[in-house]
Design a protein around this ligand. Sequence first.
Ligand SMILES: O=C(O)c1ccccc1NCC(=O)[C@H](O)[C@H](O)COP(=O)(O)O
Length: 406
Amino acid sequence: MAGLASSKISSDFHSLLYTSYTQNPSSRSKFRKSIYFPSALIDGQGATSYSVRSRQMNHVKCGMKAASSIVDPSSVSVVDELKSKEWEIGALKDELAATQGIRIRRQPPTDPPLHYVGPFEFRLQNEENTPRNILEEIVWNKHVEVTQMKEKVTIDSLKKALESAHPPRHFIGALKASYLRTGFPGLIAEVKKASPSRGVLREDFDPVEVAKAYEKGGAACLSVLTDAKYFQGCFENLEAIRNAGVQCPLLCKEFIVDAWQLYYARTKGADAVLLIAAVLPDLDIKYMLKICKMIGLTALVEVHDENEMDRMLAIDGIQLIGINNRNLETFKVDISNTKKLLEGERGEKIRQKDIIVVGESGLFTPADIAYVQEAGVKAILVGESIVKQKDPTQGIRQLFGKDISS
Ligand SMILES: O=C(O)c1ccccc1NCC(=O)[C@H](O)[C@H](O)COP(=O)(O)O
């Protein structure tokens, strides 16, 4: 089915372009008929489980440059056709994400391939191909990183490794138990050496020592940064903490852009993963939630604004939502963001759905904790204010204004 539909679309597409081009060669419009495969589906099996859907002709502005040369149509290779199709799929993914308010493009807008329409060739104009902000840069880099990792570690080998993986620890259960025990939001303490917004936070950074100090201070769970380039983290830290006998459930703090990463994180000792609504379209979130449930991972779905919160509240199966007070595009931190997103109908819907909310970023004092707790959070995710303390155990005591360890 997919193959047939694709070739039909391809011929329609080119015949339409040929007609458009020959009738009004100066036309400044691009017709695009595209196919959408959610990126999360392309894990080697999923892609065939989705029907190919040709979409309405989209009439969007672009410039069609006059043919620079006359080519023999029979010389257009299958590779050119596939490159053209790949480019169209990438462009459509961004277009579909944009309809959900997502501004992050998953990959650089590559140069559109040369289009061959009958005896003509032309190239559609290109958008800027530099990242618009740090989050988009991280996501583009992550795509390259994961593509390279997937060449070395297959999804089948990961699925095989999962057969002997440790049983997952109950991430949400630990947060709820901590809240009941202390009367404070459960603490997800973040093992983070550095970040794009704050640089190096802790020079003498021993992840296992930091993790043990957090556990001693009363953390319910830990968040472990595994991104190397922008946070100086790594998966070896996650494994080392797991293997050091730390009992806290572990959140793999990674930028998930591909379902393969979920399997990989689970094999490296993760009990939970982060799904960022600013990066992942709804279909990817839904698909990844299913995979998380299947392989024993808790999903912390992160939002920053009302649009992202409304999108996530419309998705069934989400149990844990993190409200990030840091704008990951501008780095601006404002803890009132948590209050804003929990007011009114949104707060009511969260209570009805029994969703646990995590207040994330910019929490430094007992007053900050009281503020977000009053807003309705049952858990908090804290990095900078405790990881930079000489004694992180003491840092937790200062953060809460009391010893929450027993
Ligand atoms: O912290 C950054 O600079 C950053 C930049 C781009 C994407 C994510 C980023 N941080 C991840 C986080 O959200 C924080 O590590 C986490 O919420 C803890 O925040 P904090 O307590 O302020 O360290």
